[in-house]
Write a protein of this length. Structure first.
Length: 265
């Protein structure tokens, strides 16, 4: 074979080897990227929380959630609700699955940070809030706490512990969006029987929660307004009887507010 033909063959060989290696690398990267995306979007069964919603769409830029078109069941299914007895009522009345509710009757936002109270199917132990959220990693965490803090905490401690709670949630599930729900009102009778729970005080603490939401990059859901009467108190038609807890009609109104003030549709 002539020497110049050998040179051509060698040149072709030296060109093709790097080219083929590059193609191979792109194929491997593409394969891995596909698996990664499937996992992130819920296609991988190793991801504990399965979401059907399009989380990638643009989220609201304002802290306070404004009225939207009505979100569907997929939106509600994306939420883990963190709270107290009022939050437990959501599951007790059948509005959401019990595994979506991380709540304890009578608890405040300080004690919930360290208490072990979460049980999940397939997990043979009772978990803390941090452990439960790390396991579930939901698209949305809605925090509905504060009424017991209003009654028992000074303002400075209230805000400090709420901030600690938000930071714990952000650390546990950093990809989740957090919604702070306003503290819901109490009735006139409840105000008279327990002066620590006056609605004017609840409103003031809600103002602190709105500021906290802005500072921590959370959203704020002002659902309290949906349950108030003209005197700024829990409307009697939503009162379960003790002036604090809610009846089924109240939860119907509350959930209607949640899905018409949604992060996404």
């Amino acid at each position: 074979m002539p020497s110049n033909q050998k040179k051509k063959n060698h040149s072709f060989f030296y060109f093709m080897v790097p080219f083929l290696v590059t193609i191979l690398l792109f194929g491997v990267v593409g394969f891995l990227a596909k698996d990664f995306l499937l996992a992130k979007l819920g296609g991988d069964k190793s991801i504990p929380y399965q979401s059907n919603s399009q989380i990638s769409q643009d989220l609201p830029t304002d802290t306070v959630l404004k009225e939207t078109a009505r979100a569907g069941d997929d939106y509600l299914n994306d939420i883990i609700f963190v709270g107290d007895s009022r939050t437990n009522g959501m599951a007790n009345f059948g509005f959401v699955d019990k595994e979506q509710v991380f709540a304890v009757d009578g608890i405040n936002h300080k004690d919930i940070q360290t208490s072990k109270f979460i049980t999940v199917k397939g997990v043979n132990k009772t978990m803390t809030l941090e452990e439960g959220l790390m396991l579930k990693r939901p698209p949305i965490v809605m925090v509905s706490l504060g009424i017991n803090g209003v009654a028992f905490m000074a303002e400075e401690e209230f805000v400090e512990e709420y901030r600690n709670l938000i930071e714990l949630i952000q650390k546990s599930t950093p990809d989740s969006q957090i919604i702070i729900q306003s503290i819901l009102p109490v009735s006139y009778q409840k105000e008279q029987s327990d002066t620590r729970m006056r609605n004017t005080k609840i409103d003031a603490y809600n103002g602190k929660l709105l500021l906290l939401a802005k500072e921590t990059g959370c959203y704020y859901l002002d659902s309290a307004q949906a349950l108030k009467n003209s005197k700024n108190m829990l409307d009697a038609k939503y009162d379960s009887g003790d002036g604090l807890h809610l009846n089924q009609k109240a939860y119907e109104v509350l959930f209607s507010y949640i899905v018409t003030h949604a992060l996404y549709i």
